[in-house]
Structure formats: C-alpha cells, structure tokens
Design a protein around this ligand. Structure first.
Ligand SMILES: *Cc1c(COP(=O)(O)O)cnc(C)c1O
Length: 356
C-alpha cells in the first residue's frame, strides 16, 4: 500500500533528494568512496557546500551583504546563538507557540527581552495583531510557521524594526523579502533535508554590535569567516539539502512552490470546513498554516477520534496524529508532499463521514 507521509519533522523529502543522497552514500561524486567517509575539506565536498550556499541565495533572491551558513545544533541552538550575537540593548519577541516560547526563554539568559504579544491565552490558535514593537529593540523575533499549532505569518511584516525569523517549517515554501530580516534561521528537517543541520542567513551589518566576547562556536563571525567549515559540518544532511535546493529550482522556484502549497492546503481546509465531523483548530482563515493543517473531531463526534485514526491508517496515512498539546490531527503538507497524498487524506475524511 502506498504510504502518505504527513509527519511534522523529520518529514517528507523529495524522492530526488533521497535517491541522490543514497547514491552519494555509496559513491560520492565519482570518488569511489562514501559521502560518509570523505573529508569535508576535499574539493568534492567543498563544491557541495559552496553550491548549497549559492542556491539558497539564488532561490530566496538574497541581496548582497548576507551570508548563508549551515551549522549543527538544530534550530534550538539558534535560540541562544542569535541573542548572543545580536542582543545588546533589548530584543522584542512575538510568542506564537512552543518554539517561540523556547526562543524567548533562551534570549532571556542573554539580555532584556520584551514579549510584545502572545496567543498563549488561547492555546496559540491565532497570530496576535495590533501590538507595538519598541522602536529601540535590536530586533523583533517571529516564528513564521508554528509547526505544532498550525498558524503561520504568511507575509514579511513591516513594523519599522529589523526582523529575525525562525523559519524552520516554512523556509522555501514561498518567496521572502530577505532585505527585511537580519537573520533567518531554522532546522532543516521540516522542509529541506534530514535532521542534523540548521540553515542561517545573516546580514553582515547586523553583526559586531554587541560588546560581549563570544566562544568561537557561538560567534556567527567564526562560521562566516570559515565558510561553515570552522569545524566538521554535517556532511550528509548538507548534501541532501543541496539536492532539495536543486529540486526546488527545477520545480520553478519559490513562487511556483507557493502557488502549489496554497492549492494543496486548500484541498484539506475545504474538506475540514465542509465535513461535519471535523473542525479546524485555527478559526481565522488568514492565520491558518499552509504547512501544518491542524484539525479535531467536532464535539458531536469526539468519541470517533480513534476510529478515524485507524480508518486513515488503513488507507496509508502516516504521521497524522496531532501534537499532544493540541490533540486531534495534524497533516503536514511541506513542499515535497504530493497533491495526491493530500487528496487521499481528504478522500478518507469524506468516506469516513459517508460511512456514518
Ligand atoms: C522543529 C522546530 C524547531 C526545533 O528544531 P530543532 O532542529 O529540533 O532544534 C524550532 N522551531 C520550529 C518552528 C520548529 O518547527
């Protein structure tokens, strides 16, 4: 039976990425050696790192004056690296979920943090609006896609303050105006590569403004100066990321991706809205994530949650259980998710309702 992979992360990757990486694990760039046993300083691997950084710049149309890094430690290490490098006076944060809250917790260890707004009062089921960001904040940190709660900020905010964004789960899902951001970062395992690598896009002019002395590994400057090769990078995940970047380019780039992602998410949201057995967890349509579609059984059918899970599993759906802090279901619809799989889930929801 065909499996439809709705896991939230690590999550579905293009077959192109998986096949090419598997081949390179056996024989990397004609070296006759495995990608796993070749020096990161070899000319073959240096070419991989260079091309991956160049393709990130090309796909996101990154302006001059920015650096692209591939680092270990996941997005979670960026929660502290970022404030150590950028927070001198104070930083503003928007609390839109578990990951945002973790970023805030870490930044507070470094300096003054203002939480400008939070949707915690409503289990993070909306994106706060109408807040003010202190004009003297060094940066304003947002989480563009809230993987656990299924909300998303789909545009590049204009608030008169430099933006910093955790884009772990929606990077490369739409074009981004990078010029508005000082740093864009994320773990690769949602929309780019297997786990083990984080991407960081950092503006040169945002650096050098803090007084503290940083350990080498924490300092963005170290990694910029060494082209992400200060220490051994996660070679296999970086290779896989390069394959996904090539795949994205071949698919027509990020504008094409965004169009497909809007269509894909609509198939599920339309079915959730139509089907009397299900309700979306995010009431405001504009706040609903195109990457993580979260829904629960409507009150009347609450007791059928397990039954639907079994029903969907029997039809090949994998990873649709909602995060424990939300419950119900979560269908992650990242770039690599084919429309057929989304349709298969929507059809399963229809059939389940018809069975009644
Ligand atoms: C998964 C996730 C993280 C954590 O990523 P790690 O690489 O596991 O540290 C952070 N932020 C968001 C938005 C995520 O989805």
């Amino acid at each position: 039976m065909k499996k439809h992979n709705f896991y939230a992360g690590p999550s579905i990757l293009p077959q192109y990425t998986i096949k090419n990486t598997a081949e390179a694990v056996l024989n990397f760039a004609g070296t006759g050696l495995s990608l796993m046993e070749v020096s990161h300083r070899s000319k073959e691997f240096v070419a991989v790192m260079d091309e991956a950084q160049a393709l990130v710049k090309e796909l996101l149309d990154v302006p001059a004056g920015y650096h692209v890094l591939f680092l270990g430690g996941g997005a979670s290490s960026q929660f502290f690296m970022l404030p150590y490098n950028l927070l001198q006076n104070k930083a503003a944060y928007l609390n839109t979920g578990t990951w945002a809250a973790k970023a805030i917790k870490e930044a507070k260890l470094v300096g003054e943090v203002v939480e400008v707004a939070s949707s915690k009062d409503s289990n993070y089921n909306y994106i706060p609006k109408g807040y003010e960001v202190p004009a003297d904040a060094d940066y304003f940190h947002i989480t563009t896609n809230n993987t656990i709660f299924g909300t998303q900020i789909k545009e590049d905010l204009d608030l008169g303050v430099r933006l910093v964004a955790d884009m772990s789960s929606d990077i490369f899902s739409r074009p981004v105006d990078v010029s508005k951001y000082d740093v864009i970062y994320g773990g690769a395992q949602k929309n780019l590569a297997p786990s083990g690598v984080a991407f960081v896009i950092v503006r040169e002019d945002a650096l050098g403004k803090v007084e503290r002395t940083l350990p080498s590994m924490v300092d963005y400057r170290t990694h910029i100066d060494k082209g992400s090769m200060f220490n051994t990078p996660p070679c296999v995940p970086v290779y896989a990321a390069l394959q996904t970047l090539k795949w994205l380019k071949e698919k027509g780039g990020l504008a094409a991706m965004e169009k497909i992602n809007i269509e894909k998410a609509a198939v599920l949201y339309d079915e959730i809205d139509r089907n009397k057995m299900f309700v979306p967890t995010v009431p405001n349509e504009a706040d609903r994530s195109l990457m993580n579609v979260c829904f629960v059984m409507s009150d009347e059918y609450k007791e059928l949650e397990k039954d639907f899970f079994t029903f969907a599993t029997e039809r090949g759906m994998v990873g649709i259980k909602g995060h424990r802090s939300v419950g119900g279901f979560r269908a992650s619809t990242y770039n690599a998710m084919p429309k057929e799989s989304i349709q298969a889930l929507a059809d399963a929801m229809k059939e389940f309702e018809a069975k009644l």
